[in-house]
Design a binder for this molecule. Sequence first.
Ligand code: AHR
Length: 652
Amino acid sequence: MGMNSRVLHAEISSAPVKAAKIALLALATAVIAGVCSAQAPQANLNIQLDKPAHAVSPTLYGLMTEEINYSYDGGLYAEMVRNRTFQDHGWAGVGRWNIEHNGNSVASMAVDQTDGPSPALDLSLAITVKKADPANPAGVRNEGYWGMAVRPNTTYKGSLYAKTDSADIGPLTVMLVNDNTGMPVATASVQGISTEWKRYEFTLTTGKVEPSAENHLLLTVGHAGKLWIDLVSLFPPTYKNRENGNRADLMEMMAGMHPKFLRLPGGNYLEGDQIDERFDWKNTIGPLVDRPTHRSPWNYQSSDGMGLLEFLEWSEDLHMQTVLAVYAGYSLKGDHIHPGPELTPFVQDALDEIEFATGEPSTKWGAVRTKLGHPEPFSIKYVEIGNEDQFDRSASYEGRFAQFYTAIKAKYPQLQLIATTPVHRTKPDVVDDHYYKRADEFFEDVKHYDTVDRNGPKIFVGEWATREGSPTTNMGAALGDAAWMTGMERNSDLIVMASYAPLFVNVNPGGMQWESDLIGYDAISSYGSPSYYAQAMFGEYLGTEVPTSSLTGGGDRFFYSVTRDSAKGEVYLKLVNASSLAQPVEIDLTGASNVSTTGTLVSLAGTNDAETNTISTPKRIVPVKSMLASTSAKFAHTVPPYSVQVIELQAK
Ligand code: AHR
């Protein structure tokens, strides 16, 4: 019908006297009928608050991420310098770096494959300055990840490794420069560069400048000579001021989802295209200069600045459990390691990884973590063995899973082990199911888990999403997601955890490898898709138990879930109307002596399925909170077209 559903937020009152209630309902229905030409058939929702069907899994909603869509480099990981270790180079030049000449200065650059500051970083950028003077400096500039975000009165922390063949090369001037004016917005000087590799630090502090992403980093010298540089790094202030930390805006957006766990480090990113491109965690810890970086299966080099310890600290910062996925001997292009002695070193790597995360400082790997500044062990309950091993056509997963399972359980019997596809030789504690669907397919499949055997493994829906809209999803996708979440909540005795994927996308051209993502951003700003807000609503109003309930009538695309937090005396009704018609529903709460006469209504609504948020219109569809007047044990409500709503009631 194409009307703006937000006009329907006027709530229908229920009066204590039945006749009055009916009159009010009739009036409200007439009002709605006046606004919309038609509405969906009446629905009746009966909720027996004194009859809990089962508990809600307290860890139901969490996060899944990996290095895809520039999620870490160019995303969450706050590093501003792109290609900081020069691994991206080839026929097209040195990726993201350019020579800068001023006046009559002359310089050239090339990757030196024979010299770097460490065995891990064994190449560097050699800059040959043939001619320069302090008034006509020469050097290189870095364009960042589609620019560099500069804000007023802010200090940026920089560092680089450098050496020179000439003691006369003079100081290295480092500047953040506005792309449009060519004017520096912050300047620093690095002195005393010698003929040996050494790390130098600098700070760049802006003054009263306009916030902008259109900036670059410029490194210049004012004398002739040869200069080698590597691991050139620049960080803005990070979330909780962590060194080598994360973008605050994206951390805050995740916090808004009330996530209970973080599944890390992937996804395909765990596996790599080839075995030697897997997430080899031992190469991702320690000083950045000792991290060799690696190619990710999403076709760009990962800086590995977001290493295992950073992942764990990210979980800690957002008070999430870690769901640790360990590499299990299968990579995406089909290579696998046979179960048996060949797999043993990989199993040992997984045991070491668990010890690194959870071991006391007295253990070998716990001591390494302690040395890196985190003596307190992280608490881990779930370990996932591999990723999407149903794609391993060699059928080796039965054997690989069994080998990992036996070794991990022997050392860590308390851990819950997750299989990535059903296995039969060993009974996993949990199986990870993935769903990427259109909204209609989710509507059809909402009862998927209603009849699944409760005596088998628990379920982790480790990746799922309604794939509609790009780069981030639209309102239609949010409706598919919300419908699917009602089914997951109803089955949260079986489903212990669920995580949407992918979480992040850099919306700049070339930033996206996977269409339909949850949170979009560029160098300076970020926004949530309608799906993000649906997730946030479900995460906030989780509840602790699912009361017995039933729905009769209603349109075909009307879905609901009801949960309760009996300790708080709160009931959460989640109502999803994925139709173009308003959905009237009569809600009947039994088994509570006292239902509040007002409630809170949170409503996320669009005008149609295609409506969406973008980087330039980030708040077109956001949840709107209002008071719901005159609720009672029985009351009528109308769910607007294309909307996801949560009603919070007090009921004791
Ligand atoms: O989320 C994108 C990809 O989808 C994941 O990397 C993989 O596990 C799945 O196939």
